[in-house]
Design a binder for this molecule. Structure first.
Ligand code: MSP
Length: 660
């Protein structure tokens, strides 16, 4: 019997509630887990929340709550969300739990006993958004984080260091021996290049804040949040029997932004702690779910609530439709855009016309499962297509490629619909009842087989389909591989209960409203401030911004996103037919002056503005004011109408100087 399949998701930061982008990873893990269960494999699916670290401590302080209270609140939301998305994790780990703290401390002690920790001083740059250390070279000019575009902070403090440098060659040897350790291969090559470039020892403790797991034997220090977080994959397996049964992990599923932590630091920690011969089998880095071309993330204000989306799409099967579209449309491993138009199209074509229609074309001819005699070339062809599709889908799932697996299943549906066209059951019904039995028998078997193959992605649709076919539920067969190359055998005489169409036609007006409701908001910021389009494939931690306090205040982090600069007015003129508007050319320190349209004509004559210093909000998206007039920025002013007063620096300042 195959070893158990132990799959993990990253544990999610609690400065944000789940959105469709973060749900993507959990849904993918759930799909793979359900597939392995269908193959009769014992499975263990772990997810959870990453609750410590400076970022969380700050968010909690901004919201005026204790970090533990914030953690309790958001962790509960995560825990409650997954079942609503059809995800059935076996365990949910929180890093503030005692089992985790003890486990992380035990791992620390194992590494200490190996002589791989030493006390020193860390001096350098740290991005709180990433919870990661940076070298100057890795930052943008001015010391800004390439992902968050916020300034990295200077840190100088006593710190424990992990001898990561000692593991450079051991890691490279391990990579060499395990060519599947990181997937996709292109990302593995980047990991290798990073390690070949040389590894420095890693600072793994902090002393300047308290929200973390205390370092055993020296509780002035808390563990670096990534040391703490990565260990969850082991600390969750507390009971020795679980550890024995499920470790090492079969698959750590991660977003491409956090690959370095999983493919470099984690195996090095494990090697040091004595698990060198029991390292995780594979780390799969998937791409980003984008929306309107930008990474879906809270700081771009372009997130979609997955549960809300599912409910809007279909009252009972919406979750499955969303899971299907995410797995089918976003080629797994690559970035892909979420589009509601695509969901509507796939609902109509893939689900309605291909799957639903095949069922609707079969059931009218079947009250009970028929016994049937030998078939013709048509049936041979159909069974061949099934065989190819079933084996292709299994191979794709085995390689963690749900997108290809679904394509294979839909090739079977296309073949089956083509078969109905040619076999013409409506003719057989009139002319040859035994021939009708052959056709209906084959179609029922194919549909039952397909219900099984779609079950990992669409468990509720699979269950409804099976109920309509009179096929037994899928539970209760956990120890048996249910994925043969041949469609399941029929039990003649079995009643076919039938039922309402699975995917009723979408009213075009409803479809239109859905598309409008779930399309990108054109007023959302288009400049990523969190690495939304970052292409650094093994770049550090995931973007996330501090949360907005519930009382309507903005956080300092929110404020610092405003690009306010001193500008100098180079020219000014009235806008024809617009009494209130002036068109200005303003030097804000960039290579070209900006055109700014401003509603200040009642208060200022154009000539009074020449050479005047003003304050400009520079990072608003360009705004159109009629034909050919686009404003790239906004002047700050007090009051309105004829008494409006422009804000201006009260002593010498240069165009381009940052305000704030
Ligand atoms: N807490 C760390 C992970 C520690 S694991 C030991 C973290 N958390 S996160 O909440 O910021 O991100 C969790 C996962 O969600 C990451 O794999 C990240 O890539 C993924 N995603 C967040 N937004 C996403 C998209 N828009 N698209 C795809 N995945 C996304 O990093």
């Amino acid at each position: 019997m195959a070893a158990p399949f132990y799959v993990t998701t990253p544990i999610y930061y609690i400065n944000d509630v789940p959105h469709l982008g973060s749900a993507y990873t959990t849904i993918a893990a759930d799909v793979l887990c359900r597939y392995h269960r269908l193959r009769g494999q014992e499975c263990h699916f772990l997810t959870g929340t990453d609750e410590h670290g400076l970022k969380i401590q700050r968010v909690a302080a901004e919201r005026g709550v204790a970090p533990q209270a914030l953690a309790d609140d958001v962790a509960a939301t995560f825990k409650a969300t997954w079942p609503q998305l059809g995800c059935a994790p076996d365990d949910f780990i929180r890093t503030s739990e005692t089992r985790h703290k003890h486990g992380a401390q035990a791992l620390w002690q194992q590494i200490e006993a190996a002589g791989d920790l030493y006390l020193g001083h860390y001096q350098g740059l740290y991005c709180v958004g990433c919870e990661a250390y940076y070298t100057e070279k890795e930052l943008l000019p001015g010391g800004f984080c390439p992902l968050h575009k916020t300034k990295a902070e200077q840190v100088r403090e006593e710190s424990y260091f992990f001898r990561l440098s000692k593991y450079q060659n051991k890691l490279l040897e391990f990579y060499e021996k395990h060519p599947q350790f990181v997937q996709p291969t292109g990302r593995f090559n980047e990991v290798k290049r990073f390690v070949e470039g040389g590894l420095e020892d890693l600072s793994v403790s902090r002393t300047t804040f308290r929200w973390g797991v205390p370092v055993p034997g020296n509780d002035r220090h808390i563990m670096y949040v990534w040391f703490d977080a990565l260990s969850n994959y082991m600390t969750a397996l507390q009971a020795p029997v679980d550890r024995k049964r499920f470790w090492p992990a079969s698959l750590h599923l991660v977003g491409k932004d956090i690959l370095r932590f999983h493919a470099v630091y984690w195996p090095a920690f494990l090697m040091s702690a004595g698990y060198g011969d029991a390292l995780p089998a594979q780390i799969f880095a998937h791409g980003f779910l984008t929306f309107g071309g930008q990474k879906m993330s809270k700081s771009l204000r372009n997130t979609i609530g997955p549960v809300e989306l599912a409910k809007a799409v279909h009252p009972t099967l919406g979750v499955d439709v969303v899971r299907y579209c995410l797995m089918r449309s976003i080629s797994f491993g690559h970035d892909g855009d979420f589009s509601m138009t695509d969901v509507v199209n796939r609902y109509t074509t893939d689900l309605g016309n291909a799957l639903g229609n095949l069922l609707n074309r079969t059931l009218p001819f079947a009250d009970v499962a028929p016994a049937y005699g030998p078939g013709t070339d048509l049936e041979t062809e159909l069974l061949l297509a099934y065989r190819q599709g079933a084996m292709g889908a299994a191979a794709a799932f085995d390689h963690h490629n749900p997108t290809r697996a679904l394509e294979q299943v839909w090739s079977i549906l296309a073949a089956a619909n083509h078969y109905v066209d040619r076999a013409a059951p409506w003719v057989a019904k009139k002319e040859s009842p035994p021939r009708l039995d052959v056709i209906v028998g084959h179609l029922l078997r194919i549909l039952e087989g397909v219900s099984l193959m779609i079950a990992p992605v669409m468990p509720a649709v699979a269950a409804s389909l099976r109920a309509q076919l009179g096929a037994p539920g899928l539970e209760g067969h956990v120890d048996r591989d249910q994925w043969p190359a041949e469609p399941p055998a029929l039990h003649p005489g079995r009643k076919i209960p039938k039922g309402a169409p699975l995917f009723p036609r979408l009213d075009p007006e409803v479809a239109k409203q859905l598309i409008e409701r779930f399309s990108p908001d054109p007023s959302a910021p288009t400049t990523p401030d969190d690495g939304a389009t970052a292409s650094t494939p093994i770049a550090p931690a995931a973007p996330a911004s501090a949360g907005t306090p519930a009382d309507g205040n903005v956080t300092f982090e929110d404020f610092s996103k405003l690009e306010l600069r001193v500008g100098k007015v180079l020219s000014a003129m009235r806008v024809p037919a617009k009494d209130r508007l002036l068109q200005l050319s303003v030097d804000v320190g960039g290579p070209e002056p900006r055109t700014i349209i401003s509603g200040i004509a009642e208060a200022y004559a154009p000539e009074a503005l020449l050479q005047k210093l003003v304050l400009v909000l520079c990072n608003l998206p360009p705004r159109k004011f009629g034909k050919g007039l686009v404003s790239s920025g906004m002047l700050l002013a007090a009051g309105e109408g004829p008494t409006l007063s422009l804000l201006t620096p009260d002593r010498d300042a240069k165009p381009g100087d940052r305000v704030g």
